[in-house]
Design a binder for this molecule. Structure first.
Ligand code: FES
Ligand SMILES: [Fe+2]
Length: 409
């Protein structure tokens, strides 16, 4: 891998093994997925003590649960007796976590409360569920599987002010769906980070989303008067909006306008949900707050709803993409919104993107595949993602390559 990183042509797609080789996939898992902060779900999915959801990251089953004090915690979902999964469903609620195999029973803070007929000298305190680092910011829960996680504070500092007004901690999930895409996780990201493909592939999204490179790009776009006007107007209304990217290029937040006369991702461009997503945000034309955080999430937050995305790799050539639609907690389906209208644009767009990613993966498997050049006009975002990946991997593999952040403002 180090050799291929060294010989990669800058401004070009990656070489074939990065997308198909199971050994490369293992290295991705070890050096990125088992080490970095990963978005797994929302605070509002574990509203009450005892609510939990499970997630599988590579080899690690994890359970995320709200404890009795209201704190969100994560644990390795493997019993301290003989290793069975303790929580076996995708979501649930329980006063205690009970292993289905021999009923060892854990409190919501992971402590072992009860184990039947064990030796007299058995020490329950030494058999708590193993904790996984867990943080929540702006209604988003992140976990980190590393024993010594990177400092979460710098990301929190960037993300919190952008998301606080939208009160996603109090929202509800109106709908969610998971798509399995037959392509490497990096192909899913590369596709997401450009809109060079939008005009020809996304008739639904193009009704409201501008394909201008400034939307997906990574240069600050201070020179785009439409963006500057949008930021100034939204910030005057108390909504942090200006483009903000971290020095290493791992995450970015910005608020972008939608096409003139539109305010939400629907076929008409009109809002899909009657009440605003947040009681605190009543400004017109706020467009979409867009966040990405590599390697797991990109997001759109509009006036009436939010759409969040979670990327989880399954194998070298398979990736799960989970999409969630969030609305005001009191919004009632069939009264305040029509589910089909709310979800149509992104369901269709996901379907189109799945096809694109799978065709991309198909072609890359050819022995004749050779990485081609990115469009300098439209694919700055994709190049930024690949540069982030390459420099991250190079530094973790002990290579010398410096971060390639030439496009970062
Ligand atoms: S494996 Fe969990 S109680 Fe036995
Ligand atoms: Fe797309």
């Amino acid at each position: 891998m180090s050799n291929l990183i060294r010989t990669r042509k800058p401004g070009h797609a990656l070489q074939q093994p990065f997308y198909i080789d199971p050994e490369f996939f293992k290295v991705d898992m070890e050096l990125i997925w088992y080490r970095d902060w990963l978005f797994v779900g929302h605070d509002c999915e574990v509203k009450k003590p005892g609510n939990y959801f499970t997630v599988q990251v590579g080899a690690y089953p994890v359970v995320v649960v709200r404890d009795r004090e209201g704190r969100i915690r994560a644990f390795h979902n493997t019993c301290r007796h003989r290793g069975s999964r303790v929580c076996t469903s995708a979501k649930g609620g329980s006063a205690r976590l009970v292993c289905p195999y021999h009923q060892w029973t854990y409190d919501l803070d992971g402590k072992l409360l009860f184990a039947r007929q064990v030796a007299d000298d058995f020490d329950p305190a030494a058999h708590s569920l193993k904790p996984v680092a867990c943080e929540s910011v702006g209604g988003y829960i992140f976990i980190c599987l590393a024993s010594e996680p990177a400092d979460f504070a710098p990301f929190r500092q960037v993300m919190a002010p952008y998301f606080a007004p939208h009160r996603l901690t109090e929202a509800k999930i109106a709908h969610e769906e998971t798509t399995i895409e037959k392509g490497n996780w990096k192909l899913v990201w590369e596709n997401n980070r450009e809109c060079y493909h939008c005009a020809a592939n996304h008739p639904e999204l193009c009704k409201t989303y501008s394909e201008a490179p400034t939307m997906t790009g990574v240069s600050g776009t201070d020179s785009d008067p439409e963006m500057v006007e949008h930021w100034t107007r939204c910030e005057a209304a108390g909504l942090p909006s200006r483009f903000n990217i971290d020095a290493a290029g791992q995450y970015r937040a910005t608020r972008a306008p939608l096409l003139p006369g539109t305010e939400s991702y629907t076929m008409t461009g009109k809002r899909a949900v009657r009440p605003n997503l947040s009681d605190q945000v009543n400004t017109d034309r706020i467009g979409s707050l867009m966040l990405f955080h590599y390697p797991t999430t990109w997001n759109h937050v509009m006036i009436d709803h939010a759409v969040t995305f979670r990327v989880i790799p399954i194998s070298a050539e398979e990736t799960a993409l989970t999409t969630k639609w969030l609305v005001h907690k009191d919004a009632v389906e069939g009264v305040d919104y029509d589910l089909q209208e709310l979800t149509h644009v992104w369901t269709a767009t996901n379907h189109e993107d799945r096809r694109i990613v799978e065709e991309n993966a198909f072609g890359i498997r050819s022995p004749a595949y050779e990485p081609g050049p990115y469009s300098q006009v439209h694919e700055g975002g994709t190049e930024q993602f690949v540069d982030w990946y390459v420099s991250f991997m190079a530094s973790r593999l002990g290579g010398q390559k410096k971060p390639g952040l030439k496009d970062v403002a």
